[in-house]
Write a protein that binds this ligand. Structure first.
Ligand code: NAD
Length: 487
């Protein structure tokens, strides 16, 4: 079996407790990984705090920090095939997607490397003649970064990139499911030559997460995961009053009007719900389709769903691999059963095959007669599409916004003015028009409502890891006048 280690204070450690990580394609153990205790978390936070307070990282020039991030980006790019193989092995995500995604992760580090020496303060035209006042942008301190099992390398890059560029130090907690790629990534951080303690990476579950998020020396918590865990984290942050940025789930509407290019919309819908076996926070899991084209569009999707190549995630020809965990597969099956009991009609899929591994087929549920079924309200985080028809543009908008989430959305139409009305009306952090699942380090990403708060990506994300220090400098040599009057 492969073995992986924690990375704390610049050194690799086995950890006291270890566990076996399962290969989702077979359900069999394939690697041994450490499970962080509260004590491991304590040492990691102390190391990050030392690296911060000593100036080992924030004390470098911003250009020097950028250069190290560029080096890391190059190492990630060179190691992308190995990292992709590990992520596929440990999470079941197909190699076709991990290869492309991890090569792109290098671009995120590159973007923030270039940004490191462009985080500027400001000079204020203050209303007092004998004062110079300016703002310094300073790093907030120790960042706790917590990621879920899907796309751990990607989801940590959108936290580490801006945090490190801003001058913060980081303790990154990988998920207890599929942590191998992040522990391998730690070797690249080491090879790049970051000072000890600047980046610490460990694997753990709720216990480690709780210890990390409530630690008094943590000043910012950057979390991606589910809303329930987010609530724990917000409660934990009552202890240290750390800032939080929360990237949570979704039940994103995918809206198709009768004037859309249906071939293109069908392809985007397949990618939006079946790619990554539906384990994507932006999954377009609620198809809202105009009634006049519903049967035609559904027939296209069903034909494509039934033709999807399900197979070993490491095979380049595979289109849908296994889910990451047995727990996830069982949960999806139960949610489908509840939805069918509530009146949803199973169009295709719906049952896990009798094979080894955590496979689940592309599934479509027609919810026309089940407006209150869980398949329209709950995030499944799997390859399950819920379909609802609509008649008018106003109906489409009302259905789109009938959710507690607000992460992503897609609109397919050739009508430009309608597209603009939909863009304005949809309550979500991202609107894709005639496309879906496009991302870039240059574009902010995030949600509202149960989908979270804060944005990752872009310049604003780097500023989120800074705090403003206001400096007042008196330019007069005269004695300070009346000390009892505020100046
Ligand atoms: P999860 O919330 O169960 O776990 C996420 C992480 O939180 C894991 O590392 C876990 O160990 C940790 N954790 C668990 N309990 C904790 C606690 N008490 N304190 C601190 N940390 C704790 O999520 P999951 O099931 O692993 O991932 C799926 C969820 O992530 C879905 O809801 C999905 O939509 C969401 N997600 C969101 C985005 C986004 O960018 N918005 C991206 C990917 C996934």
């Amino acid at each position: 079996m492969d073995r992986f280690q924690h990375y704390i204070d610049g050194a690799f450690e086995d950890g006291e407790t270890r566990f076996e990580s399962l290969d989702p394609a077979t359900g069999a153990p394939w690697a041994e990984v450490p499970m962080a205790s509260a004590g491991d978390v304590e040492r990691a936070v102390e190391a990050a705090h030392r690296a911060f307070r000593s100036g080992a990282w924030p004390g470098l020039t911003s250009t020097a920090r950028g250069k190290l991030l560029f080096r890391l980006a190059d190492l990630v790019q060179a190691a992308a095939p190995r990292l992709a193989e590990l992520e596929t092995r440990d999470t079941g995500k197909i190699i076709r997607e991990t290869s492309a995604q991890i090569a792109y992760v290098a671009e995120y580090y590159r973007y923030y490397a270039g940004l490191a020496d462009k985080i500027e303060g400001a000079h204020l035209p203050i209303d007092k003649p004998d004062m110079e006042v300016w703002l310094r942008r300073e790093p907030v301190g120790v960042v706790a970064a917590i990621v879920p099992w899907n796309s751990q390398l990607f989801l940590s890059a959108v936290k580490l990139g801006p945090a490190l560029a801003a001058g913060c130090t980081v303790v990154l907690k990988a998920s207890e499911d599929g942590p191998a790629p992040l522990l391998e990534f730690a070797r690249l951080v080491h090879e790049a030559g970051f000072p000890a303690g600047v980046v610490n990476i460990l694997t753990g579950g709720p216990e480690a997460g709780q210890a990390l998020t409530s630690h008094p020396k943590v000043t910012h918590i950057a979390f991606t995961g589910g809303p329930e865990t987010a609530r724990h984290i917000v409660r934990a942050s009552a202890a240290n009053l750390a800032r939080t940025s929360l990237e949570l789930g979704g039940k994103s509407p995918f809206i198709v009007f009768e004037d859309a290019d249906l071939d293109s919309a069908a392809n985007a819908q397949v990618s939006g719900i079946f790619a990554a076996t539906g384990q994507s926070c932006v999954a377009g899991s609620r198809l809202l389709v105009q009634r006049s084209i519903k049967e035609d569009f559904l027939a296209r999707l069903t034909e494509r769903a039934e033709r999807v190549r399900i197979g070993a995630p490491g095979d380049m020809a595979t289109e849908v691999g296994p889910l990451c965990t047995r727990r996830q597969r069982d949960r999806i099956e139960a949610l489908i059963a509840r939805s069918v009991a509530a009146g949803a009609r199973l169009v295709t899929g719906g049952r896990a095959p009798e094979t080894a591994g955590f496979y689940f087929p592309p599934t479509i549920l027609d919810c026309s007669a089940a407006p209150d079924a869980p398949c329209l309200s709950d995030e499944f985080f799997g390859p399950v599409l819920s379909v609802l028809p609509f008649d008018t543009e106003d109906d489409a908008l009302a259905l789109a916004n009938d959710t507690a989430f607000g992460l992503a959305s897609g609109v397919f139409t050739r009508n430009l003015t309608r597209a603009h009305r939909m863009i304005r009306g949809i309550r979500a952090g991202v609107v894709w028009v005639n496309t879906y699942r496009a991302v870039s380090p240059i574009a902010p990403f995030g949600g509202l409502g149960l989908s979270g708060q804060g944005r990752e990506g872009g310049m604003a994300a780097a500023l989120d890891y800074t705090t403003v220090k206001t400096v007042w400098l008196r330019t007069s040599d005269d004695p300070i006048p009346d000390p009892f009057v505020m100046r």
